[in-house]
Design a protein around this ligand. Structure first.
Ligand code: ZN
Length: 411
């Protein structure tokens, strides 16, 4: 028994020793493993630290370059050519009006789509019921454009009767606000484009164009500059509006047409054949149709956020670059285009943001960003040569000064 106990004791002792030895070996392996890893890390750090440093430095430089360009875009004097008055309403104002009229509050959608944005338009119309509502909407739109450093804006609106004013009174009210605005201390020159809604009757279109012509031909007019055909692109037919658009043109008004928001090759051909002074959006055009616009030298009004919504694209720079065929063609062919907001309130955007989207998508430097704005000077509907000359001078001087500061900073 004692022999058995002694053998068992020795076996236990031996087992413990073997386990200790194995444990020590394992620890040693761990130690060597740790040592190996550490040296690899040190070696890699030595080899790659400069790369890491330069990557960090590079990303810091890129970030500061982007910040500089964004600040430049903000400070540039800008021109707004495609801006709907009612769509530019601030959401807080819209909700104040709705409350005032005992209507249900508007909740902006969490993610913007064309459908949910368009569903807000009837709500905006139901909220603007009085002359006072219209005045506030107009002043706030001018203030927002001014805040984005716009110094010339063509604001478009479809005249309609409100509770206390008729169609003519609607246009008079907007013009009255423009006048008051210009008397104040602001650089922004506001101009008016009278819209024709293609989803409404031809009679309404005639009434709107008659009001536009009458206002335009008035000896004191300096605000009405053009007529626009817009509204739901799926309803109405461009051809049926040709006589009213002809009337506007024959009386000296410029004409812009919303075109190519939905696939309709025949209609785009018809619009090009008629030849407006500017094309709104022009998204679904074919290569041949785009080429025709180039040959006819018709500038295109690009509204990045609105266009991405129309094309049902994600709202980001990459998707703008990859999928906005018309903008891409304009960039490649150097064809004239403008960058505008369309419906800044409902699309939750502003003039700086829209221009910055294009600048980021095409990685434009300050010179090219300024070039887009400079090109827009030639696209305005303003007919007064003096005003055009002042506008060109102001935009040019601002660009020149800003680029000079930039060049001095780089030296
Ligand atoms: Zn529009």
């Amino acid at each position: 028994m004692s022999l058995l106990l002694s053998v068992s004791k020795h076996m236990t002792l031996l087992n413990t020793k073997v386990t200790d030895l194995f444990g020590r070996l394992v620890h040693k392996r761990r130690f060597f493993f740790l040592l190996g890893s550490l040296s690899t890390l040190l070696l890699s750090s030595t080899l790659f630290l400069p790369t890491l440093k330069s990557t960090l430095l590079h990303s810091r430089i890129v970030k500061s370059l982007l910040m500089r360009r964004k600040a430049f875009t903000r400070s540039l004097y800008k021109i707004e050519l495609h801006c709907h008055l009612t769509g530019s309403i601030r959401i807080e104002t819209l909700n104040e009006f709705l409350r005032e009229h005992g209507l249900q509050k508007y909740e902006p959608p969490k993610s913007l789509t064309l459908k949910n944005c368009f569903s807000a338009f009837p709500l905006v119309h139901s909220a603007i019921k009085t002359k006072e509502n219209l005045r506030r909407l107009t002043f706030e739109t001018l203030a927002d454009l001014s805040y984005a450093n716009c110094i010339y804006a063509e604001i478009r609106t479809t005249p309609r009767a409100l509770n206390d004013i008729n169609k003519a009174g609607y246009l008079e009210t907007v013009i009255e606000c423009f006048k008051e605005w210009e008397e104040g201390d602001s650089r922004l020159i506001p101009r008016l484009i009278v819209s024709v809604d293609r989803s409404k009757s031809l009679r309404e279109a005639e009434e709107n164009v008659d009001l536009a012509v009458e206002g335009f031909l008035s000896p004191t007019n300096k605000y009405i500059v053009g007529v626009d055909l817009g509204g739901n692109p799926s309803s109405g037919n461009f051809k049926s509006f040709i006589p009213v658009l002809n009337k506007a043109r024959e009386n000296g008004l410029k004409v812009t047409v919303h075109c190519g928001e939905v696939e309709n090759e025949e209609e785009i051909d018809g619009v090009l054949e008629w030849g407006p002074d500017r094309l709104g959006h022009f998204l679904t055009c074919s290569d041949e149709q785009f080429q025709k616009a180039v040959e006819m030298e018709i500038p295109i009004e690009v509204c990045p956020t609105s266009n991405m919504l129309t094309l049902d694209l994600p709202l980001n720079v990459k998707s703008l670059k990859d999928n906005h065929g018309t903008l891409q063609k304009c960039m490649e062919s150097n064809h004239s285009f403008s960058v505008s907001t369309d419906d800044s309130g409902l699309f939750s955007t502003h003039a700086v943001r829209e221009l910055w989207l294009v600048a980021q998508a095409y990685e434009l430097d300050e010179w090219r960003i300024a070039g887009i704005v400079w090109d827009m000077v030639d696209q305005v509907f303003e007919g007064n040569r003096k005003t055009r000359a002042y506008l060109a001078r102001d935009v040019r001087v601002r660009i020149k000064n800003m680029l000079k500061v930039l060049e001095n900073g780089e030296k």
